[in-house]
Design a protein around this ligand. Structure first.
Ligand SMILES: [Zn+2]
Length: 82
């Protein structure tokens, strides 16, 4: 009985951590991926193109993305489809 209880609580811990990781990933994507030229963090249009990271360059082979750098809040983000 004790081992079942332990594995259930381990499962609960695992799912809590997995949930937090997914939430963090979604927050990260929300702040760093935009479908318009506006900064997804502060909403300002005051950006400058930056050199894409190797990851962004890799994805840009398949989808049209450009990397920008917000001059108001220093947020780096990629714009998809522009
Ligand atoms: Zn910004």
């Amino acid at each position: 009985m004790y081992s079942v209880y332990l594995s259930n609580s381990m499962k609960l811990v695992f799912y809590s951590i997995a949930g937090l990781v997914i939430l963090a990933a979604l927050t990260y994507l929300y702040l760093h991926i935009s479908f318009s030229i506006k900064c997804p963090k502060c909403g300002k249009i005051d950006e400058e193109r930056i050199t894409r990271s190797s990851l962004a360059r890799f994805f840009s082979r398949f989808i049209p993305i450009k990397a920008y750098h917000c001059r108001k809040c220093w947020n780096e983000y990629v714009v998809i489809g522009h």
